[in-house]
Design a protein around this ligand. Sequence first.
Ligand code: F42
Length: 148
Amino acid sequence: MSLDGEYEPSPAQWVRDQVAEYEASGGQRANTLRDTGLPVVIVTTRGNKTGKIRKMALMRVEHDGEYALVASKGGAPDHPVWYYNLKADPTAVMLQDGPEPFAAEVRELDGDERALWWDRAVAAYPPYAEYQAKTARTIPVLLATRRG
Ligand code: F42
């Protein structure tokens, strides 16, 4: 299964390179954030204005086969564009954690559920806590679950 449409690689070269290398190697290479040794996943969305296929790397925050997608963007003041893509079309998602991507759907978490997954996210990637401290926005946490 895949998302149909024209693929527009990320304008950020380090993300574009990471996605290409991860996909070309079936997750054997480019599977961590730079030299942190901490694992990433590849997420595909559809652009909410252009309809083009968009891909990015995110930190791997997994629990019982579900994944938190943390819209941190390094603690930037604004949400990443992919957050709006997922809000516009929460079932147009592919997630790759290993050799093959799978179809997923997402929903944004709040309350106790967000708190639980936020703790898991910080355990997986401690800098998320610093990112939250340096931005006024509440960093969105979306839960991706397998579809079909
Ligand atoms: N970002 C995170 O937010 N969280 C993470 O845990 C994370 C980990 C991570 C690990 C490795 C790595 O290589 C990158 C990592 N990133 C992480 C960065 C992440 O991959 C994204 O690059 C980052 O979150 C920024 O996302 P963004 O969607 O804002 O990306 C920008 C650079 C981008 O691609 N912009 C496109 C553009 O052309 O400017 C827009 C793409 C798009 O979807 N456009 C829409 C469309 O319709 O096509 C229209 C958008 C509009 O509203 O105008």
